[in-house]
Design a protein around this ligand. Structure first.
Ligand SMILES: [Cu+2]
Length: 474
């Protein structure tokens, strides 16, 4: 493992680190710059007293960091971004005991390197959260000021709602998991300045909420577990959560895309089971529709359209299914005969219909392409590219919001009147997003799921409680 470290050291520049830091290849598309994003962390001791402050200013795809902390022993102190946004006691994996600030978890590791290293290491080879040490003077005051591309406030390496931790001892920049830097002496949650959100918290340890839909007449938000199929109903006003239908009901092991139709029925995309379930507002399953038997189905999302049909995407099989008013499902469009080319990974995913009943808009996650499909002629047109890791879609007039899971942002796209082309106008990281998967409109606000499915795929425990987050339109 350390051999890789030597390899990068031999090449050794921060610029290389920046180039490799994202790990996923293509750079994230950035919206036009406005006021830079800023965040603050009040640094507390284990008794809860604030004994320092850290400030963060977004600079390009990196961040400028300034830290001042007092009451520390003179000398060098290891300093890192830790995974979770909480400064509570918990198990420290370096010692496997409950320690102050153990709730912050291990080091932030967006490159999944599983390796502790120094502040110059590319994220593929070392934790993204491995920051320069804090130098503490004879007066017990430590100061640090640096700019890094290993982490950022927004994008795939985003640290909003994670923690900055200062340790008792120097960091050797190599020993796993934390460079022998000892006890956690200061901790602060990195909170975005001047931005409000509201969280809806879920009760289950395996909830991994993927889909969300809103029944405006009843004031109820629905969300479902991608891992076990449990569906929750959330009172959007109070946040009270109840189980709407147990996972495993009628064999449903997963709930992905969700939509509420004009009759208040809840439609559920069943993922790898290849099913579409329709539930009454009372939580009774009306029907489970099977897609044609074939290897590797992945029914991901669906949308009712003005023509009375419901259209369904499959991320593995190049076909759009259609459900008619009598709840019969058929293959509607063979995508292999269109410009939409299926490849490895998640293909067609989020889908919405335009209110005029003319078009479907569908997101191809693995290519970042947004497609328009004519409901009358079935003609397919590429609307735009660059929406990497685009997942769920929400259409609000001519504005399309796109949840971009691994990129940890919600993007705002301005569409032309005929949805023939679109332009990325803003990217919103909120106060930190963990794999934002889908969106719903609630009153004048947006609600996004934070699915954390990247963690499930990597075998890393999720941050609990799981949450949906409500925020104003942007
Ligand atoms: Cu640390």
């Amino acid at each position: 493992m350390k051999l890789q470290t030597k390899r990068y050291l031999a090449l050794g520049t921060l610029a290389l680190g920046a180039a490799l830091a994202g790990g996923a290849g293509a750079p994230m598309t950035t919206a036009p710059a406005s006021t830079p994003l800023t965040a603050t962390a009040a640094l507390r001791d284990p008794a809860g007293q604030v004994l320092g402050m850290a400030r963060f200013v977004q600079r390009g795809m990196g961040v400028q960091v300034t830290v001042e902390a007092r009451g520390l022993t003179p000398g060098q102190h290891g300093m890192h971004v830790h995974e979770y946004g909480r400064c509570t006691p918990g198990v420290d994996e370096a010692t496997n005991t409950v320690v102050p600030f153990g709730g912050a978890g291990g080091h932030f590791d967006p490159g999944m390197s599983k390796n502790h290293d120094g502040p110059q290491a590319p994220n593929l080879y070392g934790h993204g959260g491995d920051a320069p040490m804090l130098s503490v003077g004879a007066d017990g005051v430590g100061r640090a000021s640096f700019t890094t591309d290993k982490f950022s406030l927004t994008g795939p390496n985003g640290v909003l709602n994670r923690t900055l931790v200062i340790h008792a001892r120097p960091d050797d920049y190599k020993t796993d998991p934390a460079g022998m830097s000892g006890a956690r002496e200061r901790c602060g949650v990195m909170t975005r300045d001047n931005f409000t959100t509201r969280d809806y918290l879920l009760p289950g340890a395996q909830d991994f909420p993927e889909g969300v839909a809103y029944d405006a007449r009843r004031g109820v938000l629905y969300t479902g577990s991608a891992l076990n199929g449990t569906i929750y109903a959330i009172n959007a006003a109070t946040g009270a959560v109840s189980k709407f239908q147990e996972g495993g009901a009628l064999g449903r092991q997963a709930a992905l895309g969700l939509k509420v139709d004009a009759q208040g029925r809840l439609w559920v995309a069943g993922g790898a089971q290849g099913t579409v379930s329709i539930l009454t507002p009372g939580g009774v399953t009306l029907k489970v529709l099977e897609t044609p038997k074939s290897p590797n189905p992945y029914v991901n999302d669906l949308t009712p359209a003005a023509d009375g049909h419901v259209y369904v995407t499959d991320s593995n099989r190049p076909v759009i299914f259609r459900v008619d008013r009598d709840l019969n499902l058929t293959a509607w469009l063979d995508l292999s005969k269109t410009p939409i080319k299926y490849g490895p990974g998640v293909n067609l995913n989020g889908i919405v219909a335009t209110p005029d009943g003319r078009f479907l808009l569908a997101m191809q996650t693995n290519t970042g392409e947004l497609w328009r499909i004519d409901l009358r002629t079935k003609a397919v047109r590429r609307v735009m590219t660059g929406l990497t890791n685009g997942d769920g879609l929400l259409l609000d007039g001519r504005t399309l919001y796109v949840a971009r899971n691994k990129d940890q942002v919600v993007s705002k796209v301005s569409l032309t009147a005929d949805s023939a082309s679109g332009q990325l106008v803003a990217e919103e990281p909120l106060r930190g997003l963990r794999f934002p998967a889908t969106l719903a409109l609630v009153g004048g606000d947006l609600v996004v799921t934070q699915a954390q499915l990247d963690r499930n795929m990597a075998g890393i425990p999720p941050e609990t409680p799981f949450r949906l987050t409500r925020f104003g339109k942007f």
